[in-house]
Ligand binder design. Structure first.
Ligand SMILES: Cc1cc2nc3c(=O)[nH]c(=O)nc-3n(C[C@H](O)[C@H](O)[C@H](O)COP(=O)(O)OP(=O)(O)OC[C@H]3O[C@@H](n4cnc5c(N)ncnc54)[C@H](O)[C@@H]3O)c2cc1C
Ligand code: FES
Length: 1272
């Protein structure tokens, strides 16, 4: 629904009157075909191809390593392409704006932006080059700008002349398209439009379709008649008047933005107040693709509760011109809007706060206007409007009435805050939640408005605390550094190991040629499968009635558990999971059946028509707390201890106890779960094409489900559009259900989940609740810690036991705590079962550890970095599970990161900044990581490879790793190329398939390259040995054999009874330093700079590894600061798409992002001394979380609150803002009672006036008492 941009295309139109062609990017998923009459649509396939000529945009994104899994790449290419068609040399800001509506889950955006930046012109390219030379002289660039194709305007597609001719010659006539269910009418005159609207009052006027399209797609609303006024010229008219401008209702938001930008440039400063405020909102409203099609009239008429424009237009005294045959709202069409200029003493401001800085609907938005009597601070007029606090835009008329006529001063504003709280009330159950936050934002915005007006009036009133304008310098993305590694001296020039080789599929991905599962062409009679899922969290299944569904057009069959001929459940870590619920459902979203039909649409309609009768069961368990209370756990619970924790606590100088929560995380791979099962019609054979990290497991599961041997099922994985751990167990279950349908119908069956279903059904990262107790000495040494973890595993075991084990194995992170105890339990609840996610419990485990360190530092009044350094492993060390290791590279990463990031001097600068800014605070944090690589279960550390050398000298490598964007196939090509001493161009990798390399292990745990690389190496070595005599005689080689090689990885194990083992082959180390700036009034933050130093041994491919580092960091940033999974009280997941679930976008990139690979590191335990890197860095995203916490601590200090405080993850703006304990929150507290109970431990109250200390107006506010929250 327009939220991810993966389907971006360019739309071009010819204007016969002006003889101009316009180009703009748009989301194909929201473009009605009927509206594309006379338009040319260009996709990435149209602008270049590997077979003819690739386009520079495709090439640069690919060569800059901006394409990993590649699913987002065509959309990225087209967003940039459309920009370049309008601006051949864009600025960096233009690029960031153009990519604002495109999401990427793999790359972290830096490489994409880097590739795009090469279009910014000579100056910028030279700057970038110089900077990289200055920083790391001699280290190879990740890609060389000199190798790039130049921009060639002659390569661009021309606008189809036939369309031009048609536009010139055809007289515009009303068009009517009649579909099965919908009639689409497109009039060409205003008069006709008004007639049509009168005739069909219920028909929507569809312009951009960004509102109506979503309703129809996701809410199932059907409009039998749609009127599309896109060809009515009057609706596009823009007319300037002496006091403003009339803007036609059909003008797109992009053209509105261009118009107001021009007005702001041309008109006098005093006149552009409303335009500037509008511009501010338009910059962050939706993504570029949305703004290009969404219309001004549509935005106004949609009257969305959190519309960004309506509050500003209302405050700015905008006039709407409407036209109607009948005086009735539903019969009315909006013609245009008049936006006025303002007088010299009239000011308009806009405010907005959203879960993400751009392309996210606002939580609260506002427009405010004040007019002062000339030369005074007396308020002549005031308008305050809010979005996001009611069912539509809400005006604070009562508050305004009270303020008008009074002076704009402290007393008036204090009264205004009070009145506002009373007037803009939100009941605790208000739709959208976040009630406290939204109320606090209404005050924040007025407070911000007040500050800006005070500045305008240039009269600072004598407030008790000094109000100074905070620094609001406009910060921009700058050039970062990526330091790769040098290859060893003497390495052959054609040996590509250690060199930054482009992802082998990057060009096919950029040109749209790459084949994903759903791109596989359909076959005759192929059916589509849609799932029927439970709507109850815990209930008996009384009946599943598919009678009505089977009568629907196109529906062929339905399957339930009763149809399963073989095993009805999957068993993982000893726990059974039903494929399809048979007697009882245990979560909303659990699969109970499926419907197959001739098309997706029919299958969906069929699934919706299946009637499921439930009988609710008591004892629903949704939260970890409920599970603890009811002892609803999966077995076994795990525990590990070293030293004597009780004794340690006894000896400690000080003790602290605390609790922290870490929310779950949706995988949000760009390609949803997809599979195609094709029965071969002979001897029960099935060919299964799927997007899966563990094809062997899917094969086993399908065979068991159908009761046939594994040798009848072959699973094929070409590539995945992202996976991150979410395409192992859940994919295998979905594939088994799809295979069941194919088995029953005898037809090929395809299943591609829609985003909402994928999010509902397939689970996520485990949320964690942790309690800790820590004992430490006054000098900062931690001598004992006891941490108890509870994960919310959901309704089935899945991999939850392995996750809690990994949690416990990482409770030391980088620290040597002599007495350390960890306990972990997977709670069984009635939520969808959670599963593996990049890091597999480690990101949750270590966040707790670092929070403990942070709290100790706050208690001792020193920086967390001092405590980290003091407790870090040093010299020959041993972990709590008795594994010996050398932490030298851990310490090297730490020291190098502090130095590269210039940590110490920046800490001083930050302290100075915080002293001089009251409502903006900066924070910095440095976080180390020690991450164990390999599967603790030895049998998973193996891989096989089959290498064919054909007579023509070409080589086909097959191995057990599946490509999901991590570049494993590229690395395997590099390995084979080195071993066989041939160019990579001779080596091909087609797919991962169980009939070529059987019994593969999952591509997970950052171990894919280690294991499969060894297998490929061994196979090539064997071949080369055999070929040695032939090569000697005939160096060109004509007789080439094939070899299969099996690599057995390290003998890892973990004995949980003895609490010791060698679960890892080695550790990957790293350190990350991040600095943020937090707006304490809204909780918004910006990552100003991030520096990462990673020890990944000797990288096989630095550009791929740096891409993994940046991508994982951004995913971690999302986990700890943005991504929220919320459930309804009945256990239903709320966020079901990109509109509600926000993953980091390009606007969230650190403004400066430096990545350094540690030099001089090697690793005996993996191929070519490399190290696994896929997972570890995700945790380093927590440096942003801790930097936010650091900034919040500075804000709290200003209101007299010191010491440890609680901040749960994710630290979204809501949590951050409330934790800042800004004065108006205390104000809220005082007047509204207890609304902020969660924010901190206690409050200093003045006994005189009972106001918070910082607010009170008594003479002696120092006489205070602490009011603990539990008393309030
Ligand atoms: C991914 C995404 C992100 C978004 N982000 C934001 C955001 O950050 N802030 C924000 O404010 N909005 C946001 N929106 C909403 C978007 O701005 C509106 O949907 C859009 O402005 C509506 O314009 P449209 O032309 O697409 O309307 P349509 O979908 O074509 O129509 C919407 C409604 O307006 C009515 N209408 C349209 N034109 C007229 C007219 N001339 N006279 C009378 N009625 C009319 C139609 O009958 C219909 O009911 C977002 C939408 C999407 C899909
Ligand atoms: S490369 Fe962007 S989502 Fe995978």
């Amino acid at each position: 629904g327009g939220g991810c941009g993966a389907c971006t295309v360019m739309v071009s139109r010819y204007n016969p009157r002006e003889k101009t062609i316009s180009h703009f990017s748009a989301n194909a998923c929201l473009l009605p075909v009927c509206q594309l009459h006379l338009a040319a649509v260009t996709t990435t396939e149209g602008i270049g191809s590997t077979e003819t000529r690739i386009h520079p945009v495709q090439e640069r994104i690919a060569k800059a390593n901006g394409s990993q899994c590649g699913f987002c790449t065509p959309g990225m290419v087209m967003s940039l392409y459309a920009l370049l068609r309008n601006q051949p040399q864009p600025s960096l800001e233009d690029i960031v704006e153009a990519l604002g509506g495109n999401l990427c889950r793999c790359t972290g955006y830096r490489p994409i932006v880097d590739g795009c930046k090469t279009f910014c012109g000579v100056r910028m390219s030279v700057m970038r080059h110089l900077e990289s030379l200055l920083v790391d002289n001699g280290v190879p660039e990740l890609f060389h700008e000199g190798d790039l194709l130049p921009q060639d305007p002659t390569q661009e597609l021309i606008f189809p002349p036939e369309l031009m001719l048609m536009a010139e010659s055809q007289r515009p006539l009303t068009q009517t398209f009649c579909g099965e269910r919908i009639t689409w009418v497109s009039p060409v005159t205003l008069r006709e439009l008004v007639e049509l609207k009168a005739k069909h009052p219920k028909a929507p006027l569809v312009l951009g379709n960004t509102g109506v399209g979503l309703e129809m797609k996701f809410k199932g609303i059907l409009h039998p008649v749609i009127i599309s006024p896109t060809r009515v010229p009057e609706l596009y008219e823009v007319n300037k008047t002496p006091d403003g401008v009339w803007v036609g209702a059909a003008c797109s938001l992009t053209s509105l933005k261009t118009l107001v930008e021009k007005l702001v440039r041309e008109l006098h400063e005093d006149q552009v107040e409303t335009f500037s405020a509008l511009l501010q909102q338009l910059r962050s409203l939706g993504g570029q693709q949305i703004r290009n099609v969404a219309s001004l009239g549509g935005n106004i008429a949609s009257a969305a509760p959190n519309s960004d424009l309506n509050p500003v237009l209302a405050a700015g005294r905008c006039i709407l011109s409407v036209i109607s045959k009948v005086f009735n709202f539903t019969h009315t069409s909006q013609g245009s809007s008049h936006m006025s200029t303002m007088g010299s003493v009239e000011f308009v401001r806009a405010f907005r706060q959203a879960p993400r800085k751009a392309n996210a609907l606002a939580t609260v938005t506002s427009g405010m206007r004040v007019r002062f009597a000339q030369g005074t601070d007396a308020v002549e007029d005031l308008a305050i409007f809010y979005g996001g606090v009611g069912p539509c835009t809400v005006g604070a008329t009562k508050t305004c009435r009270e303020v008008i006529g009074r002076r704009w001063n402290e007393e008036t504003l204090n009264e205004a805050y009070r009145l506002l709280l009373d007037e803009i009330s939100l009941p605790p159950s208000a739709p959208g939640g976040k009630v406290e936050f939204r109320r606090s934002l209404t005050l924040s915005f007025l407070f911000k408005f007040n500050l800006q007006m005070l500045q305008k009036l240039n009269e600072m009133p004598s407030w008790r605390w000094q109000v100074r304008p905070d620094c609001s310098d406009k910060r921009r993305l700058t050039f970062g550094t990526c330091r790769s590694q040098e290859v060893s001296q003497g390495q052959r020039g054609d040996d590509l190991v250690g060199r930054p080789v482009m992802h082998r599929s990057a060009l096919s991905q950029a040109t749209g040629e790459a084949v994903y599962c759903d791109d596989i062409a359909g076959s005759q009679g192929e059916l589509f499968l849609a799932l029927v899922t439970s709507t109850r969290a815990h209930a008996k299944l009384i009946k599943i009635d598919d009678g009505e569904a089977l009568k629907l057009p196109g529906v062929v069959d339905a399957v339930t558990a009763k149809d399963i001929p073989g095993k009805k459940f999957r068993t993982f870590t000893g726990i059974d999971e039903e494929l399809l619920a048979e007697n009882e459902v245990t979560c909303v979203g659990q699969m109970v059946g499926a419907v197959v039909a001739d098309t997706r649409q029919h299958a969906k309609q069929g699934a919706a028509a299946v009637k499921v009768v439930y009988e609710d069961l008591p004892d629903r368990v949704l939260t970890i707390e409920e599970a603890i209370e009811k002892k609803s756990f999966f077995k076994p619970q795990r525990e590990i201890e070293r030293g004597n924790v009780t004794e340690g606590f006894r000896k400690a100088d000080q003790m602290l106890e605390g609790e922290i929560r870490i929310g779950g995380q949706e995988h949000f791979y760009m390609e949803t779960q997809s599979m195609l099962v094709v029965p071969s019609g002979e001897e029960k054979e099935l060919k299964v094409y799927l997007s899966c990290q563990h094809p062997t497991y899917a094969q086993e599961s399908i065979a068991e489900t159908l009761g046939i041997p594994s040798n009848r099922v072959s699973c094929h994985v070409k590539r995945m559009g992202g996976a991150f751990g979410g395409k192992v167990t859940k994919t295998s279950i979905l594939a088994s259900i799809t295979a069941l349908a194919a088995w029953k119908t005898g037809q090929a069956v395809r299943c591609v989940l829609e985003r909402g279903d994928d999010m509902l059904i397939t689970g996520a990262r485990h949320p964690v609740l942790a309690n800790y107790k820590v004992g430490f000495m006054n000098d900062g040494r931690i001598i004992a810690a006891d941490i108890q973890y509870f994960t919310n595993a959901g309704n089935t075991g899945d991999e939850s036991i392995l996750v809690i084990e990994k949690i416990l194995l990482h409770i030391d992170n980088a620290y040597s705590v002599p007495n350390l105890r960890g306990r972990a339990t997977a709670c069984k609840t009635n939520l969808p079962s959670n599963t593996a996610f990049r890091g597999f419990g480690v990101p949750q485990s270590m966040l707790v550890v670092e929070s403990v360190i942070n709290d100790v530092a706050m208690k001792l009044g020193c920086t967390a970095e001092e405590i980290r350094e003091k407790n870090m492993y040093k010299g020959p060390s041993i972990t709590h599970y008795k594994l010996q290791f050398d932490p030298e590279n851990l310490l090297r990463c730490w020291d190098e990161c502090l130095q590269k990031a210039d940590y110490h001097s920046r800490r001083t600068t930050i302290a100075q900044f915080n002293q001089s800014n009251r409502f903006k605070k900066r924070g910095i944090a440095v976080i180390p990581i020690k991450y164990g690589i390999a599967f603790a279960e030895c049998f998973l550390n193996q891989a096989a490879a089959l290498v064919h050398i054909y007579k023509d000298g070409s080589v086909l490598v097959s191995h057990g790793g599946a490509e999901m964007g991590q570049g494993i196939h590229t690395k395997m090509q590099q390995v084979a190329s080195r071993e066989l001493r041939i160019p990579v161009s001779l080596i091909h990798i087609s797919e991962t398939s169980t009939n070529v390399v059987p019994n593969t292990c999952p591509s997970a745990a950052s171990f894919g390259t280690d294991a499969n690389g060894m297998a490929v190496k061994m196979a090539c070595e064997t071949l080369l040995q055999r070929l040695e005599p032939v090569i000697r005689e005939d160096p060109k080689g004509t007789c080439w054999p094939n070899v299969v090689s099996l690599c057995r990885g390290p003998d890892t194990y973990m004995d949980w009874k003895k609490q010791e083992g060698q679960p890892y082959a080695y550790f990957t180390y790293g350190t990350c330093c991040s600095e943020v700036e937090v707006d304490c009034l809204t909780g918004d933050y910006q990552t100003l700079r991030t520096d990462i130093v990673m020890d990944i041994g000797r990288s096989i491919n630095p550009s791929i590894d740096i891409g993994q580092i940046e991508g994982a960091f951004m995913q971690g940033l999302g986990l700890y600061t943005m991504e929220e999974r919320k459930f309804s009280p009945s256990g239903m997941l709320y966020p079901r798409g990109p509109a509600q679930y926000k993953i980091p976008a390009v606007c969230d990139m650190p403004l400066k992002f430096n990545v350094y690979l540690l030099a001089g590191s090697s690793n005996l335990h993996a191929i070519y001394s490399s190290k696994g890197i896929g997972e570890p860095v995700l945790f380093l995203g927590s440096s942003v979380f801790f930097a936010i916490k650091d900034a919040v601590a500075a804000a709290r200090k200003d209101v007299g609150l010191g010491g440890p405080f609680k901040l749960d993850s994710p630290a979204c703006p809501e949590e951050t803002c409330l934790a800042c304990a800004s004065w108006w929150e205390l104000f809220l507290f005082t007047f509204m009672c207890c609304v902020l109970v969660k924010t901190y431990d206690g409050l200093l109250l003045c006994p005189g006036c009972t106001l918070p200390n910082t607010l009170c107006f008594c003479d002696n506010p120092r006489t205070t008492r602490t009011l603990p929250w539990h008393n309030s």
